[in-house]
Design a protein around this ligand. Structure first.
Ligand code: MG
Length: 324
């Protein structure tokens, strides 16, 4: 089971908090959402996503199906409200099923696993800078100050269909999980997060220390963290198959670690007919073309030509090319 603490803070610059979080009463479902949009849009988007997630899980849906439905809910919430048009949100949600945490993820909020003193990011950021780093066009150091660092390439509330990553983490007693919005990770590097997570005696102490550290580093964005300790080993699902048997056959493929992204095919089929391949391959080619001889300003110009001023770290949507 999980022992969970959650903390959200407006930070030191922003006027309101557009992040939302969820910890279910039974402690099986945790989620972080980071909204974007003018007026109250960001708050509405993240709150709508989290409320829909909770309702869908309560109705027995899978976490990835719940995220797909949350996407539609954010879109529909904006119908008829011009002030809300264009709002969107990240959503990173984890649910305990048997001995695993199944994570569904869209955007650049993150899930981390601290195990035996090592910190590992188990989600992939859907952001412009993450794609450029993956393409070898940007270093992690450069990404920290890149003007595109707040631009995300996937979000809920933008299109009818959304590609959802799914990551399965095999839980072990002693693991410490972290879900967080980018208000933490733009202020703190992974080594600092690892030290704070590793030193704090309880999830609550860890959550508060992380928020305090992000604020001490500037607090330019809303900061939301959920820290969950795995307090005992979970019985295997279903049968006596033993601790190495994974409930999802796909989850055993292709990796030497416990978590992997089996998302794209899953998400595609779940998302319905037109689940276009906006996933890995498209992301890769976009990053590739950005990385090519064209300058970045030759890409969708509006965000690139209007970087957020320093200290006003605003979530921005990065328009994708229409599928050809
Ligand atoms: Mg944020």
């Amino acid at each position: 089971m999980l022992r969970i603490a959650a903390h959200t803070d407006v930070g030191r610059v922003r006027a309101g908090n557009e992040d939302s979080l969820l910890v279910s009463d039974d402690g099986r479902l945790i989620a972080v959402a980071d909204g974007m949009g003018g007026h109250q849009g960001g708050e509405v988007a993240s709150a709508t996503a989290v409320a829909t997630l909770r309702a869908e899980i309560g109705a027995g849906r899978s976490v990835e199906d719940a995220v797909v439905t949350a996407n539609r809910a954010v879109l529909e919430r904006a119908d008829g409200y011009p002030a809300l048009r264009g709002m969107g949100t990240t959503l990173t949600a984890g649910i305990v099923t048997g001995s695993s945490l199944r994570i569904a993820h869209v955007g650049d909020s993150r899930a981390y696993l601290l195990r035996n003193g090592e910190l590992r990011q188990v989600t992939v950021d859907h952001s412009v800078v993450a794609e450029l780093i993956a393409a070898g066009e940007l270093t992690e150091e450069e990404a920290l100050v890149d003007r595109r660092r707040s631009m995300i390439t996937r979000a809920l509330g933008i299109d009818r269909d959304v590609a959802v990553d799914v990551v399965t983490v095999d839980l072990r007693a002693g693991d410490r999980l972290l879900l967080c919005s980018d208000g933490l990770t733009t202020m703190l590097r992974d080594p600092a997060i690892r030290t704070i997570l590793g030193d704090a005696p309880t999830p609550d102490a860890a959550a508060r220390a992380l928020v305090d550290a992000a604020n001490a580093a500037g607090g330019v964005d809303n900061i939301t963290v959920i820290v969950a300790d795995v307090t005992e080993d979970h019985p295997p699902d279903g049968d006596e198959g033993g601790p190495t048997e994974a409930p999802d056959p796909e989850a055993t493929e292709a990796t030497s670690v416990d978590a992997e992204s089996d998302a794209e095919s899953d998400a595609g089929s779940d998302a319905g007919s037109d689940a276009e391949s906006d996933a890995e391959s498209d992301a890769g080619s976009d990053a590739g073309s950005d990385a090519g001889s064209e300058s970045v300003s030759a890409s969708p110009p509006e965000p690139a030509s209007a970087p957020a001023p320093e200290g006003a770290h605003r979530r921005r949507w990065w328009p994708r090319r229409a599928p050809s």
